[in-house]
Ligand binder design. Structure first.
Ligand SMILES: Cc1cc2nc3c(=O)[nH]c(=O)nc-3n(C[C@H](O)[C@H](O)[C@H](O)COP(=O)(O)OP(=O)(O)OC[C@H]3O[C@@H](n4cnc5c(N)ncnc54)[C@H](O)[C@@H]3O)c2cc1C
Length: 411
């Protein structure tokens, strides 16, 4: 491919895209105001899951009746800063309109298209690079207080089964045979195959970025201020020129994407993690604690509890409650767990009201491609978005239907 491409943003979306473009022969410049793996990125602090099973969006018909309870409880994994409501309302209403059975069925099919081969996509991308060692493949288990709670997710269970994503059902005794340290809070597990996780998402991303650079890719540390024709204007006044520019700036993409003739309803959906260090044991596998909407993942640097959702202004300070909730959840999961140190973190998922990324060339400037909005699944679908963006740069028709990701769908 005889062209220069600038990719703005070096999180999972940007690094995977830059590396796929480099492998396709493009001269690639990866631009970010921070280095890959920095704590400012959503890609730093996620739960590390290659979440093949997570094909149903967070807001779906089973959740809707519980929404008021979630929004008004002090101990809820879902919250909204009420002072932010007037600004959030258009997004919130559109989010609700996308939670009907018919819409969720369609959206889930698109997520399935992006996520179904996540493990293979990551293994292919990382093969032969220092990133490879961070991938663990296997099953992923959703823990429920009891079987009745699992069965109450009638809509999502049926939809997943329709798409062939069917779990093995485990009772408490079977769960404890795999993991004897589990307490009695979660009496039922739904175990899905063909999943995976990264033992250190930030180190994995850094390793991929280093591989990109040592094989001819160029990383530039700088902040993009605007895009003018085929130039990216930097905050320091300099400009970088390219044939094509890919905006992959995560939750911050909105301001860069504002001038290309499209509505960009993008929210920074905040999520939190608690990293427990120097623990008295290491769990064997990751779990989703369904009531706390948080995942426990055993990682190289400790045990990470990551998840929850909070809608608040992009630049407002973190809340305390999500971490309190996560501390309580992990104590219920493992009553005998102790730890000597904690790291707390908050990050921004780039989320759209229909839980799908925006991917494609823009109307006002066909040299500019959007690739952002991967919400709860940016790590899972990063390599696939990179493959699809590369095909778009090459003007090759993607071998899969990506019309649901069209950049003009909110216009
Ligand atoms: C608590 C939590 C748990 C999660 N768990 C999982 C999980 O288990 N599995 C999964 O698949 N996903 C998970 N996610 C979601 C996933 O982390 C995100 O979807 C993904 O990291 C988004 O990647 P990104 O590259 O689009 O954005 P980011 O990682 O945020 O990267 C965007 C980059 O753009 C840069 N940038 C922004 N503006 C500019 C500018 N003007 N100029 C230059 N650079 C700029 C930023 O500095 C940043 O580096 C989780 C998210 C959270 C918060």
């Amino acid at each position: 491919m005889n062209q220069t491409v600038i990719v703005i943003g070096a999180g999972f979306t940007g690094v995977c895209t830059a590396e796929h473009l480099r492998r396709a022969g493009a001269n690639v410049i990866l631009l970010d105001r921070v280095k890959p793996g920095d704590t400012a990125q959503a890609s730093y602090g996620n739960a590390g899951l290659l979440a093949r099973a997570a094909i149903v969006p967070a807001l779906e018909p089973d959740i809707l009746p519980h929404l008021p309870k979630y929004l008004f409880s002090r101990h809820s994994p879902l919250s909204l800063r009420w002072s932010y409501l007037p600004k959030f309302l258009p997004f919130g209403l559109s989010f609700l309109r996308n939670a009907t059975g018919a819409r969720v069925r369609k959206i889930s099919k698109s997520i399935e298209m992006l996520a179904h081969d996540t493990v293979e996509q990551h293994l292919a991308l990382a093969k032969g690079t220092p990133a490879e060692k961070y991938i663990t493949t296997g099953t992923f288990t959703y823990l429920h207080p009891d079987k009745k709670d699992y069965d109450s997710n009638r809509f999502s269970n049926a939809l997943m089964a329709e798409m062939g994503v069917i779990p093995e059902q485990l009772n408490l005794q079977e769960l404890k045979e795999i993991d004897p340290a589990l307490g009695d809070a979660y009496q039922f597990g739904a175990r899905y195959k063909d999943n995976g996780y990264l033992s250190d998402p930030a180190a994995y991303l850094q390793a991929l970025a280093e591989h990109f650079e040592s094989n001819g890719g160029k990383f530039v540390l700088g902040a993009a201020k605007a895009i003018d024709g085929q130039s990216v204007i930097l905050q320091d006044g300099n400009a970088l020129k390219a044939d094509t520019i890919v905006i992959a700036a995560g939750a911050w993409s909105k301001s860069l994407a504002a001038d290309f003739g499209h509505k960009v309803p993008l929210e920074g959906e905040r999520g939190y993690h608690l990293m427990l260090k120097s623990t008295n044991f290491t769990p064997p596998i990751p779990y989703m604690m369904t009531d706390a909407k948080s995942v426990m993942t055993p990682m190289d640097r400790g045990i990470r509890i990551a998840g929850t959702t909070e809608f608040a202004p992009l630049d407002s300070p973190p809340s305390k409650r999500p971490h309190e909730l996560q501390r309580t959840a992990v104590r219920r999961l493992y009553p005998t767990l102790t730890w000597a140190e904690e790291e707390t973190w908050m990050g921004h998922r780039p989320s759209t009201p229909d839980s799908l990324p925006m991917l494609g060339r823009t109307k006002a400037n066909p040299n500019v491609i959007f690739s952002f909005g991967s919400q709860h699944l940016g790590l899972t679908i990063g390599p696939k978005l990179g493959v699809l963006a590369t095909q778009i740069v090459q003007n090759r028709a993607p071998n899969t239907d990506i019309s649901a990701l069209a950049v003009d769908r909110f216009d």
